[in-house]
Design a protein. Sequence first.
Length: 202
Amino acid sequence: MKYKNINLSVCKRENTNTTTHKFKKDLIDIFENDKYKENYTALEVSCYKGHTTSVLSRLFNKVYAVDVNSRHLEDAKKLLSDRTNVELINLDVYNNNKWKPLPKVNVIFIDCAHDKTAVLSDLYQAIEHFSTSKGMIILDDYGLYAGVREAVALFLEDLGDQTSIHSFIGEPKGSTARKGKIMAYYEGVVLNFNSTNNVKLI
């Protein structure tokens, strides 16, 4: 399936570990702009087998896609064989160095562990990996896991006016896109980050 001439790849209904077609369409609606395609870089943590990476690679100048599972990365490499602007990185982002080896970018997509502690760690690592004082964070599974929603709420509260919700994306509350689960809220959320001044890292 294509949307605005971009192949949407696999949907969550076909593979539970990726995003829905609605999520991917919303990403395209937000980021399909020459400004992003020509000048912006993106970091995806984690990329699984590259289904959403494929969409991101058509929206940004460069995409760094991270996963701890080398077999997933091999599958991603095959899927993305025609994409020259994707760099695959094998890394455990919860080891002692966390995100330290990763590049600084403009937009970060988080789809990793879903417990509150892990998501909070990812959010604070993310704001250390923006190449400027502003950036955008995309999170998947906001509607599926309470830990993601709780972490986002704490993050927004902690950072005050340095962060804000840009939009909710993907399928809405009540969706059964993931077999056996019902979404309690929108599938994903996009956050604006405005300044690294006076941020207390955890």
